[in-house]
Write a protein that binds this ligand. Structure first.
Ligand code: NAD
Length: 511
């Protein structure tokens, strides 16, 4: 167990042990399967977490529902104060928690720390929101009447998260849901259970010292079975699901069957369109991180590049050169000079190998990479593939690995068409120096994605804007802007102070 190695003493700083309990409903108690948490950098076991049984989930859901009554009665600014303290508690644990993310998920330390910073930023955003949650007053057509929009909390909600952002995605949901007055049951990925336990311990410490029931933020570590139980549970007024499109589609249907509410943040197949007037220096430095960073395991990773024919050769060769420059910096994500870490699991390495083999079979050419790196852990080379058709099934599929397909385009309109022709609609970028092109790109006939960038890569969202995508990405929005609305229910309230009954549309009944 890596936890016994003094090199990983940060695990103990986070209150983790060799055997951990993965269920929290105000008390820590688990009776389900024991999960071994594996470090993708070396395939070794970090520590164990006992997950939830069906009855453990039941206890969590009941406790979260119970805790909701007192939590919803706290004024929103008081809930904001709790979230502020959670932000401060995260600041105190920023380094050890970042190190744990790096060890268990596999992303390099600066990105892992950045992910915790993202949660802290969402706490700041939520704190402000807790004092400014709006509610509109509309003019009534009836004299002596008032038309008000009143927002109330939903109740208990379920949060199901993916492995690749084991802290931030929970934070986006939890901080906003908390100030909105909801309680939650979190079902994290079963391959990042230690991060989930560590984060919940931090939140628990704040709730405890404020005498607030722990089940305001319940945790239920488990796999598909626990996820399904949560999805089917009518007590979960909203299911916020982040993960693959295939699973998200099932989740959406199941939640809809019971007329629950869902918020889906699913797969992407993000493109950069390089127009003939692009600044190539800017593009190449942006594309390196967008395609290869996080070993291609961001939902916003660039997987397709549509390059104007005038720049195609130059861009492909400069990109291959810059990929070659980082190969020596692929390594242990906790080490200071690593720029790219491993894939998350052995299964992800198999999916990478299969995709590369299939691309070759279909006439694709590997311009760079294509190989698994011979060392312990799950490391692969970042890969550039050319020669495939823009609409081939492989190009239209999200392989969650550092593979980018480069495709030549004759003009911007073709680039926009190719960008939009996939099922997914998460993120997109255009590189151009021309304002007219920018307006075309962000307009009704431009990119159909939820994230539409110009001269920056497809990844790297800030918390102020609403995050999410269209089509098979699920349509959900989280984090900033008005994404809070998903966590509340809206009542349209008409109050009559006129002393007489008057109907809208001036309807009069006969005497
Ligand atoms: P996944 O779909 O395999 O798992 C996601 C979560 O769903 C996990 O917690 C898993 O245990 C749970 N789950 C699995 N089957 C379930 C079921 N039938 N019912 C309920 N829950 C179930 O995804 P992953 O491999 O962890 O993550 C990678 C995927 O997530 C990629 O497709 C990526 O693009 C996507 N993602 C999207 C966003 C976004 O914001 N759009 C962010 C991060 C990741």
């Amino acid at each position: 167990y890596l936890i016994d190695d003094p090199k990983y003493s940060f695990l103990k700083d986070l209150g983790l042990e060799k055997k951990n309990v993965g269920v929290f409903n105000g008390k820590w108690n688990a009776n389900g399967q024991v999960i071994q948490s594996i470090s993708p950098a070396n395939g070794k076991v970090i520590a164990e977490v006992q997950g939830a049984s069906a009855s453990d989930y039941e206890a969590c859901a009941a406790a979260a529902q119970d805790a909701w009554h007192s939590w919803a009665d706290l004024p929103a600014p008081a809930r904001g104060e709790i979230v502020r303290q959670i932000g401060d508690a995260l600041r105190e644990k920023l380094q050890p928690l970042g190190q744990l993310v790096s060890l268990e998920m596999g992303k390099i330390l600066p990105e892992a720390v950045g992910e915790v910073v993202e949660y802290i930023h969402v706490c700041d955003l939520a704190l402000g929101l807790s004092r400014s949650l709006p509610g509109t007053v509309f003019p009534s057509e009836r004299p002596g009447h008032m038309l008000i929009e009143k927002w109330n909390p939903l109740g208990a909600i379920g949060i199901i998260t993916a492995f690749n952002f084991p802290v931030a995605v929970f934070g986006w949901n939890s901080a906003i849901a908390m100030i909105c007055g909801d309680t939650s049951v979190w079902k994290p990925s079963d391959t990042t259970p230690l991060v989930a336990v560590a984060v919940t311990k931090i939140v628990e410490s704040v709730l405890k010292r404020n005498d607030i029931p722990g089940a305001v933020a319940a945790l239920c570590v488990g796999g598909k079975d626990i996820g399904q139980q949560l999805v089917q549970d009518p007590r979960m007024k909203l299911v916020s699901f982040t993960g693959s499109t295939a699973v998200g589609q099932q989740v959406g249907v199941e939640v809809q069957k019971r007329f629950g509410r869902h918020l889906l943040e699913l797969g992407g197949n993000n493109a950069i369109v390089v127009n003939e007037d692009a600044n190539v220096d800017l593009l190449v430095s942006a594309a390196l991180f967008a395609c290869a960073g996080t070993a291609g395991q961001r939902c916003t990773t660039t997987r397709r590049m549509f390059i104007h024919k005038k720049l195609y050769k130059e861009v492909v060769s400069r990109l291959a050169k810059s990929f070659a420059g980082v190969v020596s910096k692929i390594g242990d994500p906790l080490e200071a000079n690593s720029l790219i870490g491993p894939l998350h699991t052995a299964a992800a390495v198999e999916a990478y190998k299969k995709t590369v083999a299939e691309a070759l079979k279909q006439g694709g050419k590997i311009e760079f990479g294509g190989k698994v790196i011979e060392r312990e852990g799950y490391f692969v080379e970042p890969t550039i593939i050319t020669g495939l058709a823009h609409d081939s099934p492989l190009v239209k599929t999200e392989c969650f690995a550092p593979i980018v397909y480069c495709i030549e385009i004759p003009d911007l309109d073709t680039g926009i068409k190719y960008n939009n022709e996939v099922d997914q609609g998460l993120s997109s970028s255009l590189f151009t120096e021309n304002m007219g092109n920018v307006f075309k790109w962000i307009g009704p006939h431009g990119s159909d994605c939820g994230i539409v960038n110009v001269n920056i890569p497809t990844n790297g969202a800030e918390v102020g804007g609403a995050f999410g995508g269209e089509k098979a990405t699920g349509g959900g929005r989280e984090c900033g802007s008005d994404a809070w609305k998903a966590y509340m229910r809206r009542s349209t309230v008409t109050i009559n102070c006129s002393g007489a009954i008057k109907l809208a549309q001036n309807i009069q009944f006969g005497d």
